[in-house]
Write a protein that binds this ligand. Structure first.
Ligand code: NAD
Length: 381
């Protein structure tokens, strides 16, 4: 069977996500396995063209991975007709300008979330891509986590009966940078640089809720900057202007209530960095990144509230591990393969710029809810 190669312009590969998840774990891993297999059995390899602001850093990555093409000239990379796809994993604040340029150049676009900092810009990107007739996709990696895939399997199998509520707990302690280096880039803690946990995490929660449970109809969020000053990559103290924790309540279609805490100022006392508990009339489940455990109504204990007595049961023992029943590949790579098929043979790819815009909208509505101190209805987009 034939193998063809298409060029992929990758902007932001010196960053955490661009390098590790997208270049190494997705694009290079796809090439190592022999390419993306299309429906006719043929294969497609991806030729990364690295784009960024710092030629030395790009050269280092290129030589480490034997990549021949890198440039600081985005226009030149976009002018090359062999490059069919433009991928963007830059800081959020740099995304819209570069993506609009790539749309104008007629490239198909794949981008990290959030696609923009405002709903208006996110919609403008979706409209520009549609008007130009280019395919568009946004990273929605959490949908491909083994834990959430198992949760989806429970939902599809009717395990829950009627789903009543979802409780999500996400977060970990991000060091302030003074006596231990921060494990996330400092721009995340400055609103003026596109930071903030609402803008970062609500787009994720949006596609998780929309795909697993139903449309998000309203939001109430309390966003807080718990740590007002942090120390950056150069050792300088800066004002943390962005929210580092958000406490959200979302009403979904079907009367489902979702509460999700997102925090970079919480210490982990859970099995995983994110966990969602779903309670339904017939059963409940707790899904994390990798694992999912469930309790059917027939195995539900009957606790009686009596603070004078020790706990009547070891409650955590009454849950059953949901089996893998499948091999789980890297979620970023699966989505890359899906996007390449979408571009080359029009395979369905629901994670488009329109869904990305709904995610940005939820973040914007969350911030508005916080500013106005009230519940906000989320208009349909
Ligand atoms: N899908 C996910 O799970 C996930 C996780 C983390 C971050 N992200 C998203 O990925 C994007 C990148 O995040 P990251 O954590 O890799 O950030 P990072 O700071 O590690 O990388 C940012 C990249 O953007 C480049 N850049 C371009 N213009 C810049 C500017 N003006 N200032 C600073 N850097 C600039 C940097 O050189 C670097 O390559 C963000 O939009 C973020 O929301 C997604």
């Amino acid at each position: 069977m034939s193998v063809r190669t298409i060029g992929v312009v990758m902007n932001g590969v010196t960053g955490r996500m661009g390098y590790r998840q997208h270049l190494v774990r997705s694009v290079l891993a796809i090439n190592e396995q022999g390419g993306v297999t299309l429906s006719d059995g043929s294969r497609v390899k991806l030729k990364p063209v690295l784009v960024g602001r710092n030629a030395d850093k790009l050269a280092d990555i290129a030589s480490k991975h034997e990549i021949s093409d890198f440039t600081t000239d985005l226009d030149a990379a976009l002018a090359d007709d062999d490059n069919l796809i433009y991928f963007d994993a830059q800081v959020t604040s740099a995304r819209v300008k570069a993506v609009l340029k790539a749309i104008e150049a007629g490239k198909h676009i794949y981008a990290e979330k959030p696609t923009a900092e405002s709903t208006q810009e996110a919609i403008a990107l979706a409209e520009a891509a549609t008007a130009k007739g280019v395919k568009n996709g946004v990273v929605q990696d959490k949908l491909f986590l083994p834990g959430l895939l198992k949760l989806k399997r429970l939902i599809d199998g009717g395990f829950f009966g009627r789903i009543l509520s979802v409780r999500g707990e996400f977060g970990y302690w991000v060091f302030e940078g003074d006596w231990q280096e921060a494990q996330r880039p400092s721009w995340n803690y400055r609103t003026e640089d596109g930071g903030g946990i609402v803008l970062d995490m609500f787009p994720h929660w949006h596609y998780v809720m929309e795909n697993l449970f139903g449309r998000v109809q309203s939001v109430y969020a309390k966003a807080v900057t718990h740590i007002p000053a942090r120390v950056d990559e150069q050792g300088n103290t800066y004002q943390a202007t962005a929210d580092d924790a958000a406490y959200g309540i979302f009403e979904l279609e079907g009367g489902i209530v979702a509460q999700i805490n997102s925090s970079w100022t919480v210490r982990v006392n859970r099995d995983e960095l994110v966990e969602f508990q779903v309670d339904g009339t017939h059963g409940s489940a707790v899904a994390g990144l990798r694992n999912c455990r469930a309790q059917h109504r027939s195995a539900t204990p009957k606790p009686v509230w009596n603070p004078d007595l020790p706990a009547t049961a070891r409650f955590r023992d009454g849950w059953q591990e949901v089996p893998d029943n499948a091999e789980f590949d890297n979620g970023f790579k699966i989505q890359w393969e899906g996007f390449v098929r979408h571009v080359l043979e029009d395979a369905p790819f629901p994670n488009d710029f329109a869904s990305g815009a709904r995610g940005v909208q939820l973040a914007e509505m969350g911030l508005r809810s916080n500013a106005e101190g009230r519940r906000i209805e989320v208009p349909g987009l």
